[in-house]
Design a protein around this ligand. Structure first.
Ligand SMILES: [Zn+2]
Length: 473
């Protein structure tokens, strides 16, 4: 049996003016794909896995059309060369926006279907922050999405989708997919599965999963910072029985809708001044509107400006993406003093701060895009990175000689904190800062979403109605 493997995986805020290019993607192809840790689970007796192309990028702005076209055409070339196939597995995110094109995953998956033909089973795995369309559902036979946010079940989710495909091939059966849109869009920070009501809703999926005729039950929160028609939450179920799948989908959709007023930010309490007064350390403040892992630009200096204005000291900001500032630090050298502007290097509308800083440390792993600099200005340490990136793992700090536990106030660009930072926060706070992934979503322009949609609209009735994949009718 021959299963081809590939996909494209990122998340794009349509509010960001900073387009992604091919250089933003880490591309796995050929043997590198099969040997990667990410796809390390691909092993089953009697199955040959044929690696295509898998492109993955830190979330950001829309993908430029030339970048998308280049990745897609290489993927399709490799897919053609891999024929004949018994199955195709695609590891997707689900929230790509291509500049000038809606429903990019619909485009990608349809193009793959056209090559493999109608009889080839096609399985996908998704991030629960992905957006789904009828066009996508009509091309696929198997769907599985994360059930945790923060995402700690990435590999399990990929394995769920791939295992259903292997099982279908071995048994000669063909599963199908049912789904129902829910006109509800909430940020991931209000729908973390660490907090209620999302925790309970996702726990409930396991019960639905055990019913006869159900193979895989999913609740998709969707991606709120995409102002495009397909952006909604939805329920998606892979099943062996249409009636059971239809019922399950409508149930999941109805329970999400029923709870719509209950989703709140999980970790906000008290003001920063209060926290700093009572707390041990470190207080970790999430600069949520500029979170690169949610699609934020990551170049904003709002919090730096606020700290300087208030005269805060003993704070660490990690980090601000600013290539010119990093280059200036490298030119000055360690110990150098320089006066420069930090912030606004990618999005000219991002705020910036004029500071006098001392270069404390330079990190030069090779490519200029990977460089980082640590500077100190007015008692505040600032990590500057040449490219957009998060500082969500302890190793991101220790590499730079920094101890995230040892500072009084740590500012990271993040939504809910990462699994490594959350346990050391004492306590954590989320600042509802400005940016292209602003958490106060009701304030965002909503020009292209299908209306009505909660919370942009509040006064309307909704009853879920399941639809089957065209391949399952
Ligand atoms: Zn996600």
């Amino acid at each position: 049996m021959r299963i081809a493997v590939g996909g494209i995986h990122t998340e794009c805020s349509t509010y960001s003016p900073v387009l992604m290019t091919v250089e933003d993607f880490r591309v796995l192809r050929g043997e590198d794909l099969l040997n990667s840790d990410y796809f390390g689970f691909l092993s089953a007796e009697g199955i040959d896995h044929l690696p295509l192309l898998h492109a993955r990028a830190v979330p950001g702005g829309p993908v430029s059309r030339p970048a998308y076209d280049a990745l897609k055409s290489e993927f399709l070339e490799r897919l053609k060369a891999a024929l004949p196939l018994d199955g195709l597995y695609l590891a997707m995110h689900g929230a790509i926006k291509v500049d000038g094109m809606d429903d990019a995953e619909g485009d990608w998956i349809s193009a793959a279907r056209a090559i493999v033909g109608a009889s080839c089973p096609l399985a996908v795995s998704y991030d629960l922050h992905g957006n789904v369309s009828q066009r996508i559902i009509d091309q696929i036979d198997i769907f599985a999405a994360y059930r945790t946010a923060p995402h700690i079940d990435t590999r399990e989710t990929m394995m769920r989708s791939w295992s259903m495909l292997v099982e279908a091939l071995r048994s000669g059966t063909r599963p199908g997919v049912a789904w129902a849109r829910v006109p509800l869009l909430l940020p991931g920070e209000r729908t973390s599965t660490e907090d209620e009501p999302a925790a309970g809703l996702y726990r409930g999926l396991a019960d639905i999963n055990r019913r006869p005729g159900i193979l895989d039950a999913n609740l998709m929160v969707g991606y709120v910072w995409a102002d495009e028609p397909r952006a909604t939450a939805c329920a998606v179920v892979t099943g062996a029985d249409k009636e059971a799948a239809t019922k399950a989908v409508e149930e999941i959709a109805a329970s999400y809708w029923f709870n719509r007023e209950e989703f709140r930010f999980g970790s906000i309490s008290g003001s920063l001044a209060q926290m700093l007064g009572i707390a041990a350390a470190p207080v970790i403040l999430a600069d949520s509107g500029d979170n690169p892992t949610g699609g934020g630009v990551g170049d904003r200096a709002d919090v730096l400006i606020a700290l300087i204005e208030r005269g805060w000291r003993d704070a660490l900001i990690a980090g601000i993406a600013d290539r010119p500032a990093v280059d200036a630090c490298f030119a000055a050298g360690t110990g150098g003093i320089l006066k420069f502007r930090v912030g606004g290097s990618l999005d000219t509308s991002s705020p910036s701060a004029e500071i006098e800083a001392k270069v404390v440390r330079l990190d030069d792993p090779g490519p200029a895009t990977e460089r980082q600099a640590v500077v100190e200005a007015a008692g505040i340490e600032i990590v500057l990175s040449a490219r957009r990136r998060p500082y969500h793992n302890i190793e991101d700090f220790t590499r730079l000689g920094l101890d995230p536990r040892g500072v009084r106030l740590l500012i990271v660009k993040s939504g809910y904190l990462s699994p490594e930072l959350a346990p050391i926060a004492n306590p954590s706070l989320m600042a509802l800062t400005d940016g292209v992934v602003n958490q106060e979503i009701e304030k965002l322009a909503s020009l292209r979403r299908e209306r009505p949609i909660f919370p942009f609209d509040r006064d309307f009735e909704f009853r879920p109605s399941a639809r089957l994949s065209a391949r399952w009718i």
